[in-house]
Design a binder for this molecule. Structure first.
Ligand SMILES: C[S@@+](CC[C@H](N)C(=O)[O-])C[C@H]1O[C@@H](n2cnc3c(N)ncnc32)[C@H](O)[C@@H]1O
Length: 274
């Protein structure tokens, strides 16, 4: 399954510009969460987003005495897998990522296997997994490859397994960019480090891909309060980090309370079964 970097760059039919950008970004940021979250946000705001993603993922993974197999797609340096392993030390996690540097960091940080691969190219060589984690990766796949990529991901999931998918939602974009104004002060992902993009999904477009592939959405969570107050939180945590922590605790509680509503959200978290 391991594909050499040179083979990816020279022969892959997939998006090599995306690969080059991620390799560069991984070199710039290493294990700094800014590399895989928002470059321009204060650390405590990124930590808040990280905690929300991680809490949702851990809530779905049943604590089991059996060894469980987890695939982390677009694993980065292990931001999600490292704390998952702290909670579930018997889990066997396999990471895949297009960036050789992130794959190396993932191996070092987790002590688990990781391979350089495009998710578009994922086959069945890795076997079946109890859980597949895919956090903000499909957003970098070209539209024409999305449906097939999604089906290939599902082919790696065991029958009662769960795909834990988090992707950006276009419903949150106006709040994240303050209706376009914030691109001027570069706090959103599109202006991060290397100028790379990535899609925010319309609710129906990602949902249709999931449903058309024959999968079932068991749950959907959102992050509405963080989204609606995005600019306020940004300014507050930037200027007053200590009380900012208290504010973020309050926001987390309100987000938890409203997570199943259909309010705008920068991300949607899907729990998916085949
Ligand atoms: C926004 S980061 C998220 C990283 C990690 N999932 C996390 O949440 O910490 C996106 C990751 O996906 C990887 N990636 C981007 N396009 C990919 C592709 N086509 N196939 C596999 N990985 C990809 C990048 O190298 C990067 O590590």
């Amino acid at each position: 399954m391991e594909i050499k970097q040179s083979a990816l760059s020279n022969k892959s039919p997939f998006d090599c510009a995306n690969l080059a950008e991620w390799e560069k970004r991984s070199q710039i940021f290493g294990t700094d969460p800014k590399g895989v979250l928002f470059k321009g946000l204060p650390d405590i705001f990124n930590e808040h987003i990280h905690n929300w993603q991680l809490k949702g993922i851990l809530a779905e993974i049943a604590i089991n005495t059996e060894e469980i197999r987890i695939l982390d797609i677009g694993c980065g340096y292990g931001r999600i897998s490292v704390p998952v392993l702290q909670t579930l030390p018997r889990a066997k996690i396999t990471g895949i990522d297009i960036s050789q540097n992130y794959v190396d960091l993932f191996r070092q940080n987790t002590g688990q296997d990781a391979f350089v691969s495009f998710v578009e190219d994922i086959g069945s060589d890795l076997g079946l997994f109890d859980y597949i984690i895919c956090v903000t990766v499909l957003m970098y796949i070209e539209d024409g490859n999305l449906e097939n990529t999604f089906k290939n991901i599902l082919n790696n999931l065991k029958k009662k397994g769960k795909l834990l998918l988090i992707e950006p939602s276009s419903s949150g974009t106006p709040f994240q960019t303050c209706f376009g104004l914030l691109s001027l002060i570069k706090i959103n992902n599109k202006s991060a480090a290397t100028g790379m993009g990535g899609n925010s999904f319309k609710y129906t477009s990602l949902r249709n891909i999931i449903i058309n592939s024959g999968a079932r959405i068991l749950k959907e969570y959102r992050l509405p309060v963080t989204t609606l107050f995005f600019l306020f939180i940004y300014v507050f945590t930037r200027t007053l980090p200590a009380p900012g922590r208290f504010l973020l605790q309050m926001i987390s509680k309100m987000d938890e309370f409203l997570k199943f509503t259909k309010l705008p959200s920068i991300y949607v978290f899907y729990v998916i079964e085949k």
